[in-house]
Design a protein around this ligand. Structure first.
Ligand SMILES: NC(=O)c1ccc[n+]([C@@H]2O[C@H](COP(=O)([O-])OP(=O)(O)OC[C@H]3O[C@@H](n4cnc5c(N)ncnc54)[C@H](O)[C@@H]3O)[C@@H](O)[C@H]2O)c1
Length: 402
């Protein structure tokens, strides 16, 4: 029986066939010998010999399967550039298993850097980074940034924080702790190891703005005790901490004020307009529009944001920078408390100083996002998820950000 299992295991493996045949021959030889000598040989000895043969066969098979699986395992990773030791950086991404963090992980891994992803999986998922697990340049740590972290890194992208209203309002105290104590811990780490830290801040620091468009000099209009305050004020304090560490301790900081971003791996039930409309449309439900006032938001596709974050990290701009697409705006209605009425960012600074501007047209980005949502719904309908290790493969030598 064991022999049959072993043979069927190795059936499709070219290399293993050789070892398997060898093992099976050995087993047969030992059996025959035992049978021939049956008169003289004790039963235990016969069993010992056969067991030895089987163990040998199993070991050979395991070795072959292991080498084969290692081979296929290494083949499954998206192609990664080789960087010399001088150019290769040790990079920490907090919140790296989340929506934006996982796309940033893809870019920096494919660029050839060594990545440590830290996440407490509150809103992030291992699935988002599963295609890198086992890669020699990649490490995933289950850790809450509210606790100190002691590692050696050159750069820190600090993204850990729930980002959508239902998530950050779910546990406002935890949201505050993550953005304050968590940021303090990461700045402390940056100071200790001399790393540069980029904070993923938000357009919410402008609150419900009274100035249009909002450029980086605008101080904002935030309700400090409203339902969104845990996030808005949490991020404002996080920015304050960054500049205190810069001035007092000489830590190099970068602050990106991110506006609404969409794309694959975004949360399907985050209650935001893009995910709501896509989900409702795919499920054949009516599209819901709340309230009476028309509001504006600016959107960008996730690959554009990720490129902007990397450019900012490696620039010499230490003051805050708005990252968003300013051309395409979507109008929608809402009546949530403290929901900003108008959001119209000014991204001239990012254009001028980083040479950055979003390139993915809204329609193209939405199409990719719709495809992602369809796949997710399909998995849900089948009640099954089959990992697709080649999901982030590169096409014609260029990274594909899906
Ligand atoms: N997506 C957007 O449109 C947007 C807009 C503005 C700002 N941002 C900022 O960008 C960052 C990433 O946002 P996202 O959309 O990817 O959100 P996300 O919820 O998908 O990702 C956040 C990640 O942080 C992790 N996390 C939360 N609390 C943590 C903690 N205490 N310790 C360790 N990990 C923790 C979550 O598990 C998750 O993986 C956030 O800081 C968010 O405030 C995002």
């Amino acid at each position: 029986m064991m022999d049959i299992v072993l043979i069927s295991c190795g059936k499709n493996l070219l290399m293993s066939q050789y070892f398997l045949s060898l093992s099976v021959c050995l087993i047969i030889f030992l059996r025959n010998r035992s049978i021939q000598e049956n008169g003289d040989v004790k039963i235990e000895q016969k069993i010992d010999e056969v067991s030895f043969g089987k163990i040998f066969a199993i070991c050979c098979t395991l070795m072959v399967l292991k080498s084969h699986s290692l081979k296929t395992f290494s083949q499954k990773y998206p192609p990664v550039k080789f960087l010399s030791e001088k150019d290769r950086k040790r990079i920490l991404i907090t919140g790296g298993a989340g929506f934006v963090g996982s796309h940033l992980t893809d870019k920096l891994m494919m660029d050839g850097h060594e990545l440590t992803v830290v996440d407490n999986f509150f809103t992030g998922r291992k699935r988002n980074v599963e295609h890198w697990i086992g890669h020699e340049n990649f490490e995933l740590i289950n850790h809450d940034v509210v606790e100190p972290l002691y590692i050696e890194v050159d750069q820190i992208y600090h993204l850990a924080s729930p980002a959508s209203p239902p998530n950050y309002m779910y546990n406002p105290i935890k949201t505050l702790k993550t953005n304050t104590i968590g940021t303090l811990n990461m700045l402390g780490l940056a100071k200790r190891v001399g790393a540069r830290l980029l904070l993923a801040s938000t357009s919410e620091v402008y609150g419900d703005p009274e100035v249009h468009p909002q450029n980086e000099d605008y101080w904002g209009h935030v309700n400090p005790i409203g339902p969104r305050a845990c996030y808005d004020e949490g991020k404002r304090v996080a920015e304050t901490m960054c500049y205190a560490y810069m001035k007092q301790e000489g830590v190099e900081v970068r602050v990106a004020r991110i506006f609404n971003t969409f794309g694959s791996r975004m949360h399907m039930n985050d209650g935001r307009v893009v995910s709501n409309f896509i989900l409702q449309a795919l499920q054949g439900e009516p599209l819901t529009v709340y309230g009476t006032g028309s509001q504006t938001r600016a959107f960008q596709y996730v690959s554009d944001l990720v490129n902007g974050l990397v450019l900012l990290m490696n620039s010499n701009i230490s003051s805050p920078v708005n990252l968003v697409m300013s051309r395409s705006q979507i109008q929608f209605l809402s009546e949530a408390q403290d929901d900003p009425q108008r959001r119209r960012p000014d991204i001239r600074k990012a254009k001028m100083m980083l040479g950055w501007e979003p390139v993915v047209p809204l329609e193209e980005g939405l199409n990719k996002t719709i495809q992602y949502f369809s796949r997710e719904l399909e998995h849900q309908a089948n009640n099954q998820y089959i990992p697709k290790p080649k999901a982030a493969r590169m096409k014609k030598g260029r990274p594909r950000h899906n």
